[in-house]
Design a protein around this ligand. Structure first.
Ligand code: GDP
Length: 413
């Protein structure tokens, strides 16, 4: 957020939920009014598309400035959309905005809600008005089906990312639609699978690097493309070429996913070329892969063939499981039974003279699951103990394929 007009160029899109109603919140860039931005035309194109696809429009006006001619212009454009428009009069915390909200009824839209976005005032009311207008069963879907999992398909050039995307898109009986992505030059594909929706982000990036650069450059570009996609994703599919095995590049990409808190599954592709080598070979292959990709000891590995379609169905199934694990909330009572059991056998090693005890733990977040362990003294856990706790949490609560974060804090007196 910056005070400069026109700084939101991209169309940002985020999953949201209010009182049990999930929806996708799309923030169009500054599509109205004059702009010096050379990309303005693109902003407008994306914005128009967002308007066309929306079920509800929220028209934000500046209560401090009052009704201005630009508002009339925008109203004219919004009237052509055949969906409800909610007017949000912002900055009403400012005394200059007091009593001006009424002006905005002239625009002809109702309701008109007064908010102060910076302070959160009125935002709950606004959300009520929005969710009241979201079609309840769009496409006959239930609320649960509206949940989308954002997926990044990443990996080096020629490992089979495009082939996998095509396979998923066309052979899993999925409905595919290309949607404007969250940045100017990205394209997302939305797949439906069973009752789930997967948004494959940045599909333009899947095809790009091989074409724009050669060898060394390609590698660097593929990491950049991967990083960008991973930032937007809940789960990354790291595609590797089974013939070549995992490379440093793959390890770098895996590290990006871990850093970003993105779930990860490794798709060892071109497995058709490894056929008939038996289960011992498969196991050795996985072990070697895990050794090479040090951040990935928790990632499931699938042996697939994008060319023949073997086990590509498993990919969506696994993504779904990881996405679920990444959002899981462990009840506090279970967590503290876990703490008691684990510390009884393995108390934390104390760096100083005082004995360190974990008194209790709490999960403070999801995506990825994040835990705080409260101790009797201010301390940090040794790296190996942290790792031990993470591994035990993963096993105990089935947190497959997702990074796990832990913090240590001294209990407040
Ligand atoms: P991308 O650059 O990662 O998107 O890779 P592509 O999907 O373009 O695939 C690169 C090459 O690998 C193409 O020639 C594909 O036909 C081939 N390929 C992809 N998947 C498989 C597979 O499962 N088995 C085999 N044998 N070849 C594959």
């Amino acid at each position: 957020v910056t005070p400069v007009a026109g700084t939101t160029r991209d169309v940002n899109s985020l999953p949201a939920e209010w009182q049990g109603t999930p929806f996708r919140l799309v923030d169009t860039g500054g599509m109205f009014g004059a702009s010096e931005d050379p990309l303005h035309e693109l902003v407008i194109q994306h914005g128009r598309r967002a308007l066309k696809e929306a079920d509800v429009l929220v028209f934000v006006v500046d209560g401090r400035e009052g009704l201005v001619s630009g508002d009339e212009e925008i109203s004219a454009a919004l009237r052509t959309a055949s969906v409800p428009v909610v007017v949000a009069v912002n900055k009403t915390d400012d005394r200059r905005a007091r009593g001006r909200a009424l002006e905005f009824y002239k625009l002809g839209f109702e309701p008109v809600v007064e908010v102060a976005a910076e302070h959160g005032d009125g935002v709950g009311d606004l959300l009520d008005e929005i969710t009241a207008r979201i079609p309840a069963h769009r496409d006959g879907a239930t609320a649960d089906e509206q949940q989308e999992t954002a997926v990044a398909i990443v990996g080096r050039p020629n490992v089979g990312k495009s082939s996998l995307l095509n396979k998923l898109a066309h052979e899993e009986r999925s409905i595919v639609s290309e949607m404007p992505g969250t940045t100017r030059d990205s394209v997302d594909a939305v797949l439906k699978w069973h009752k789930r929706k997967f948004r494959i982000v940045d599909t333009a990036g899947i095809r790009r690097p091989g074409r724009v650069a050669r060898s060394g450059q390609v590698e660097a570009v593929s990491v950049l493309v991967a990083r960008r996609a991973i930032e937007k994703a809940d789960v990354a599919v790291l595609v590797i070429d089974s013939v070549e095995g995992g490379t440093d590049q793959d390890a770098t990409i895996a590290g990006e996913a871990e850093k970003a808190g993105c779930g990860i599954v490794v798709a060892a592709n071109k497995w058709d070329l490894m056929k008939g080598r038996g289960t011992v070979f498969s196991k050795e292959f996985d072990d070697k892969l895990r050794q090479g990709l040090k951040f990935l000891d928790y990632a499931p590995v699938l042996h697939i063939s994008a060319a023949t379609g073997e086990r590509t169905g498993k990919v969506l199934e696994t993504i779904d499981k990881i996405a679920e694990a990444r959002m899981r909330r462990i009840p506090t009572s279970e967590l503290n039974r876990f703490v008691a059991a684990v510390t009884a056998v393995h108390p934390p090693a104390s760096p100083g003279r005082r004995e360190v005890r974990i008194l209790y733990a709490a999960q403070i977040g999801v995506a990825p699951p994040t835990f705080v362990f409260f101790t009797n003294v201010a301390t940090e856990f040794h790296f190996s103990y942290q790792r031990f706790l993470v591994n035990r949490l993963r096993e105990s609560f089935g947190l497959i394929g997702t990074p796990i974060r832990i913090h240590v804090r001294r209990r407040e007196r």
